[in-house]
Design a protein around this ligand. Structure first.
Ligand code: ADP
Ligand code: MG
Length: 617
């Protein structure tokens, strides 16, 4: 039963729950949705018209948090209780941050260099997950206020280079904020989606996403085929962004002034940076900036600004060059260039990117909103509102179950697009078997012992039947969030058992890669092993049925038949012991050939006896 919600304020009927897209940025965060009527992605704006929420959390002296612009105002007055750039700390240990701790005005705890970082505010300690969750709570609250409906589901973006721990930390932050994080997607992927790139299933494109934000620069080279986004290369600088432009301007003004001592006395460092940022933004559309601060006149023209930031832009271009080299591509092989991040509003940045890639980059959307817009597009796809659109993720490794002899039986092969569903029928091996154990594995090897066990479930209560009679259907279903649901159902009785598994959990990209590599290196021996195991299993089954037959129907057989059969059984057992696949197959066949004629004869007799006095309808 589908639920239909009615929005009490507007009276409109909402067929489906809104899933929001969230850009959880280093300096700014925001929420976007796909508008239910126009079907266009749009950033959510408060009455003031602003969509961006500064990613800053301030705790007052009682420990109550405020987030966003109100928190930003406290940066100067209460630096020790005002936390910014928390994204840089996600999933990191003190050791990871190294000498960059100096960049943080608040206190980082380093009790143990390998343990995850914590932030101290007065006598309380916060993990980056908790701090990010404060930002997400604020975004959720805003969205609910603007949409006038509860918001519980979200797609959140992360940089393409984020590792598994950082992605998991982001997911956990969402959960802590009361959000069901349906998907974590890469920021460059989101930006491409916002421009509708890769939306058509048959489209094949190579895209460069140039993202210059407040404190970080990222270049990502993506390849899209069949609606699947593959990250070919990423490069960047985690300490290069718009903030550095502000510093350059501040330093320039200070150096211009005759007495630097007097300058420092009249203007606080934080203050000059704020004014510098204002000048930078002003120069994105004007040619000269002029202001007067505490009796000091500050002036900057576009030409001077351009020469100040030129080295910085050059550094981003070196990164682009490196990323292209890593991807093995020439600039001419890039089909589209997408600009992301507030700092790409700087005209000199746009020109430099256009000249480098020899192509006009996409800048039609707000560069500081484009990632959230793309997350909203993805959310819309997940909400099922846009069935023509592609689904983006693929399973990196095959999923299957263990069958006789420890073999991997793949139900969903690697690189399957998700969501996906697959099912297969299995049966019992022993007479009267009432339970069946299903072990779920992930990996490419033929023997499950070389793969990774994900889960196990037991289907109990199968009515006692001869081996091979129960029909157990095992279904694998991977939902859009990558969660695997395994269901086992005995078809005659309808008894059912299911379990949820998170296949990706705890696997780093490197581990996935290693598992794939292993399967390639071992392919040859794996194939041989699989053939041997299959032959052995078949041989054992043959022995078992024959022995059962012998003990049950001995009276109908002549001595010669029994002798011959027993000698073939012995031969087959020897071949199995010797692990000789060809010999096993030969002996199994021989045993089958000897027993078939008398088995048919006996069955005829047995059938006649059984039917005495009975009629077949
Ligand atoms: P992040 O993704 O790192 O949170 P954003 O994409 O929001 O960052 O970019 C923030 C940066 O963009 C800041 O340094 C800000 O000063 C800069 N910025 C915003 N608007 C403009 C503009 N009009 N001109 C130049 N820089 C701008
Ligand atoms: Mg950003």
């Amino acid at each position: 039963m589908a639920k239909v919600g009615i929005n009490l304020t507007t009276g409109s009927i909402q067929q489906k729950e809104t899933i929001v897209g969230i850009d959880l940025g280093t300096t700014h965060s925001l929420v976007a949705i796909v508008h239910p009527e126009t079907r266009k992605p749009m950033a959510l704006r408060e009455i003031d018209g602003f969509s961006l929420v500064p990613s800053i959390v301030h705790f007052d002296e009682y420990g109550n948090p405020t987030v966003g612009n109100l928190a930003k105002e406290k940066l100067i007055a209460a630096p020790h209780r005002t936390i910014y750039s928390v994204k840089r700390l996600m999933g990191k240990s003190y050791k990871d941050i190294g000498n960059h701790t100096i960049d943080f005005a608040y206190r980082l705890i380093d009790d143990n260099t390998d343990s995850l970082i914590k932030v101290q505010v007065d006598d309380r300690f916060f993990t980056p997950i908790e701090l990010s969750s404060e930002i997400l709570k604020e975004l959720k609250k805003r969205a609910e206020h603007i949409l006038k409906t509860p918001v519980t589901k979200a797609v959140i973006t992360v940089p393409a280079y984020f590792n598994d721990a950082q992605r998991q930390a982001t997911r956990d932050a969402g959960k802590l904020a009361g959000l069901d994080v349906l998907r974590i997607i890469n920021e460059p992927t989101a930006a491409s989606l916002a421009y509708g790139l890769g939306v058509k299933p048959e489209e094949e494109k190579t895209i460069a996403v140039y993202d210059l934000g407040g404190g970080t620069f990222d270049i990502s080279i993506l390849h899209i085929t069949n609606g699947i986004f593959e990250v070919l290369a990423t490069h960047g600088d985690t300490y290069l962004g718009g903030d550095d432009m502000d510093s350059l301007i501040a330093t320039y003004w200070r150096n211009q002034f005759s007495s630097q001592k007097e300058f420092d006395e009249k203007i606080a460092a934080q203050e000059i940076r704020l004014i510098a940022e204002k000048a930078k933004k002003y120069l994105s559309i004007h040619s000269t900036f002029e202001a007067n601060l505490n009796g000091i006149s500050l002036r900057l023209d576009l030409e001077t600004f351009n020469s100040l930031v030129a080295p910085l832009i050059d550094r981003t271009l070196s990164s682009c060059k490196q990323a292209l080299a890593d991807a093995g591509l020439k600039t001419t092989e890039i089909d589209e260039v997408v600009l992301v991040g507030g700092s790409t509003r700087v005209p000199a940045v746009k020109t430099a990117v256009e000249q480098y890639f020899e192509k006009k980059p996409h800048d039609e959307l707000n560069p500081d909103e484009v990632v959230a817009l793309g997350a909203a597009v993805q959310a819309d796809i997940l909400a099922g509102n846009n069935t023509d659109m592609l689904l983006l993720d693929v399973t990196p490794l095959s999923l299957g179950i263990e069958t006789m002899g420890g073999l991997m039986d793949v139900l969903i092969p690697r690189n399957s697009k998700i969501p996906t569903k697959a099912g297969r029928q299995y049966t019992t091996q022993k007479d009267g078997q009432t339970g069946i154990r299903i072990s779920v594995f992930q990996g490419e090897r033929d023997l499950v012992e070389n793969n990774r066990k994900l889960a196990e479930l037991t289907l109990k209560g199968i009515p006692a039947m001869p081996a091979g009679l129960p029909k157990v259907e095992i279904t694998f279903l991977i939902d859009a969030d990558g969660i695997l649901k395994v269901t086992a159902k005995e078809l005659r009785t309808g008894i059912e058992q299911s379990i949820d598994v998170r296949p990706q959990y705890g696997l780093t990209d490197e581990e996935v890669e290693q598992m794939l590599l292993d399967s390639l290196t071992n392919a040859q021996s794996d194939i041989q092993l699989r053939a041997l195991t299959e032959a052995t299993t078949e041989g054992y089954q043959m022995i078992e049925t024959t022995e059962r037959f012998l003990s049950k129907h001995r009276q109908y057989l002549i001595e010669d038949e029994i002798k011959q059969t027993e000698s073939y059984i012995a031969e087959l057992k020897k071949a199995i012991e010797a692990k000789n696949k060809d010999a096993i197959q030969k002996a199994t066949e021989a045993l089958n050939d000897t027993s078939r004629p008398y088995a048919e004869r006996v069955m005829d007799v047995a059938l006649k006896e059984a039917m005495k006095g009975k009629k077949i309808i």
